[in-house]
Design a protein. Structure first.
Length: 266
């Protein structure tokens, strides 16, 4: 175990396993991410015979080889996104929905994904990044700073779209692209938001998290409720970062196809 790794492998696995029983009740965000990513890929009009569905809380591509952190319904290979148990050039398409944001070595995972792709193979992923849960992050910082005179890191650091494209390029993908899609999700209470995050397996997998004091949590609840709109619901920001790149190859015309089908102006 790397003591300097920002995320805990064991905690990621526990969160994933715990969410298996409750995920269907809170899968709206994963469904939106998967549907948009599939639509972008299908708009290419290309055939991808060998597909790897890489990590994330639930399957995203019917019939794909599925790599999961823990056992789940249907055939799966148990593994981690930055420790791929596949030979080079094993797949024509690798799709990853909501699984890469909590990796300590995201650049290394992208390198492995590129190596697992056949020439001209496509990598397409969507993660929560950017300003996701920015309001909650601010509430936590203000509450702890006010009551304790300090604030601990409690929400995982987020990847911006521009940084995502750079990571793809560094990993050896050609024509890397990334864009972001901002959603606003409204909740009647902080506890309902936290319950959804738990059901999604999306609670923080940070390796080092100090206990949250009850008075701090109550102050966060108060701040969350104070931002509610007239119907009593409070909006939280979700930034979905879409990223895609091709394994090096010689197929003509991919640049224009990718620009039309995968990149979107948000």
């Amino acid at each position: 175990m790397d003591p300097h790794a920002p995320f805990s492998r064991d905690r990621r696995k526990r969160l994933h396993a715990r969410a298996q029983a409750s995920f269907a009740a809170a899968d709206f965000l994963h469904r939106a991410m998967a549907e948009e990513t599939r639509a972008r890929i299908e708009a290419l009009g290309r055939n991808f015979p060998r597909v790897l569905d890489l990590g994330g809380p639930a399957p995203a591509w019917p019939g794909a080889t599925r790599l999961s952190l823990s056992p789940e319904a249907g055939p799966t290979i148990i593994g981690e996104e930055d420790r791929l148990p596949f030979a080079e050039a094993s797949f024509d398409l690798i799709i990853s929905i909501a699984g890469l944001a909590s990796l300590s070595d995201l650049p290394g995972a992208l390198v492995q994904a590129r190596r697992a792709l056949a020439p001209d193979g496509l990598f397409a992923a969507c993660i929560a990044g950017g300003l996701t849960l920015g309001e909650l992050r601010e509430d936590l910082i203000l509450a702890e700073s006010t009551l304790l005179g300090r604030a601990a890191a409690r929400i995982a650091p987020m990847v911006e779209a521009q940084a995502a494209a750079g990571l793809l390029s560094r990993a050896g993908f050609v024509m890397p692209v990334a864009d972001s899609e901002r959603l606003s999700v409204r909740y009647p209470s902080l506890d309902r938001l936290l319950a959804d995050l738990t059901a999604m397996g999306a609670r923080s997998p940070l390796a080092h998290v100090s206990p949250l004091r009850r008075d701090v949590l109550n102050d966060v609840r108060r701040r969350f409720a104070a931002r509610a709109e007239s119907d009593g619901k409070t909006a939280v920001t979700i930034d979905l970062v879409h990223m895609a790149g091709w394994a090096p190859g010689s197929a003509p015309g991919l640049d224009s196809e990718l620009a039309r089908a995968i990149t979107r102006a948000i």
